[in-house]
Ligand binder design. Sequence first.
Ligand SMILES: [Zn+2]
Length: 255
Amino acid sequence: MIETHAHLLDEKFDLDRDTTIARARTAGVDAIIEVGCEPANWQKTIAFAVAHKNISCVLGIHPQETIAAEPAVLDTLKNLCTHQKVVGVGETGLDYHFETSPRDMQKEVFIHHMDIARSLKKPLVIHCREAYRDLHDILTGQCSKPGSFFGVIHCFSGTLFDARELTDMGFLLGIDGPVTYPSARNLKEVVTAIPLESLVIETDCPYLPPQEYRGQRNEPSYLPLIAREIAHLKNIPAETVTAATTIAARTLFAL
Ligand SMILES: [Zn+2]
């Protein structure tokens, strides 16, 4: 399995980061993608990936942090993203739930990330919360620019309609712990209907633990629980889910 979205540099792992990585390995997680989504953490994120053979990273500016996105910061981002351990650009996107940054600024910075991803031919890791209409409009608008872009809608939380639109454009959907929540009817419907080939699995740890660990810290070793729920919903063996999502992740991030 490949953990496609982790925040292992979060302080919640300060006391047991190495054993957490070891537990993930034991659980069958062969590779981890660490997400550095604040400019202050970019260098540290690259160093962390360099220090671990099975860890790669993506770098970007979280939509809740876009206030920090001055032109020089975006130039730095582009330079750092050329590093061979950086396998994608993000997380970036739109978050209208908290709106700690103005929407126009979020859109502008998101488009900058798209330009960087396109020029480096690396995938985008997109964060989208309560903004699926605007996300769709921006992605469609960007299609007219030369060069292609591709990526994953991390921690997908939209409707089946949104899921179909985005996967029709070639984007993958990242499926996380919430798929295991009994109340997540909408997400379960999405996972049931969307072809397995369009899904990757991720924990977004330390956030969003699967149902059995709710209220606790999340970690990459819980990834099999997400695969198991997808298998249950699609009525297929868990091994089929882990094999297909691993191929999808390896292809997307060129691992
Ligand atoms: Zn994240």
